[in-house]
Write a protein that binds this ligand. Structure first.
Ligand SMILES: NC(=O)c1ccc[n+]([C@@H]2O[C@H](COP(=O)([O-])OP(=O)(O)OC[C@H]3O[C@@H](n4cnc5c(N)ncnc54)[C@H](OP(=O)(O)O)[C@@H]3O)[C@@H](O)[C@H]2O)c1
Length: 280
């Protein structure tokens, strides 16, 4: 069997590092591990079996995206799995959030993922196969106070991915959304800006932000287990790949409750909803 080629964004830490390490250890895939600073990818050197490429990639840089995709095609001839993992967080009330910082988070979480995907799709359409794995979050389905813009970015990823999945299904390209709850990565620490509320009406949310900051690296989720699950789904369950995969007990319980509650609301208001149409 020929090696599959995996291209992953943001492999310097967290989920990206866990997945790159797992794939590198297996030695049965071609791995393109990317990072803004490839100095942070030394951890891969001990596994180097000739099938690992470390490439510089800031997902907000279109030239770097093009260069990485071209290089991957030249070296390995295929791109079988794209993992859009790179992402940032932002804690702050809606009213007090900094527009510029929040826009940058969207540039990474949404536009970085979009630009990567659009650059890889021609290769996957030509191959008539491929898997696009997009890191969303339980925060792409359910919202907490002080995370409105992070949620906005992940809900955007959800909507874009769901629509894309329908457009590329006939090209034999699958899309899978990963929706983790809290995992032990750098996300709640260095990768998330935190703006404590100054407005008196929002003081009640100060503890939530501080608890997330202090709780970083104590979360329930294990990124290495997440990596195993993602690899298994993309390798052994290709024909039954879920569009949405919550990871972690809190993620799946919250998703089930959110969808159950929403379903009950839709049913309760069904007659009112229907009454808005023109008479038949
Ligand atoms: N951990 C959680 O609890 C959790 C829960 C739900 C969803 N997620 C999602 O999981 C994904 C991975 O995050 P993580 O938890 O593994 O956190 P992490 O350890 O902080 O990793 C984030 C990665 O994104 C990279 N990155 C940031 N901006 C980038 C850019 N402009 N271009 C390229 N790479 C960039 C970082 O690289 P640098 O080293 O250069 O900063 C780092 O490798 C994110 O999309 C996040 O939203 C995380």
């Amino acid at each position: 069997m020929t090696n599959k080629t995996w291209l992953i964004t943001g492999t310097s830490s967290g989920f990206g590092k866990a997945l790159a390490t797992l794939l590198a250890k297996k030695g049965t895939v071609n791995l393109v591990a990317t990072a803004r600073n490839i100095e942070k990818l030394h951890y891969l050197d001990e596994f180097n079996h000739g099938q690992i490429q470390k490439l510089t990639l800031d997902v907000t840089n279109q030239h770097e995206i093009q260069a990485v995709v071209e290089k991957t095609n030249t070296i390995f001839g295929t791109i079988d799995v794209l993992v859009n993992n790179a992402g940032l967080g932002y804690f702050g009330t809606f009213e007090e959030s900094n527009r510029k910082t929040v826009k940058y988070m969207f540039a990474v979480n949404v536009w970085g993922l979009v630009d990567m995907t659009r650059s890889v799709l021609p290769t996957m359409r030509k191959q008539k196969s491929g898997i696009i794995i997009n890191f969303s979050s339980i925060g792409g389905l359910f919202s907490f106070p002080t995370l409105s813009f992070y949620h906005g970015s992940k809900y955007a990823v959800e909507g874009i991915s769901e629509s894309l999945a329908k457009e590329v299904a006939d090209c034999n390209i699958k899309v899978m959304l990963i929706e983790p709850s809290g995992f032990r990565t750098d996300w709640a620490g260095r990768s998330s800006k935190k703006i404590l509320p100054k407005i008196a009406d929002y003081q009640q949310f100060k503890d939530f932000i501080e608890n997330n900051k202090n709780g970083a690296h104590h979360e329930a989720g294990d990124p290495n287990k997440a990596a195993e699950i993602i690899y298994d789904q993309a390798t052994n369950h290709i024909n039954d790949l879920p569009l949405r995969l919550p990871l972690g007990r809190f993620a799946t319980d919250t998703a089930i409750k959110k969808y159950s509650d929403t379903l009950a609301q839709f049913k309760k208001h069904h007659d009112i909803s229907v009454s808005a149409d023109q008479p038949e």
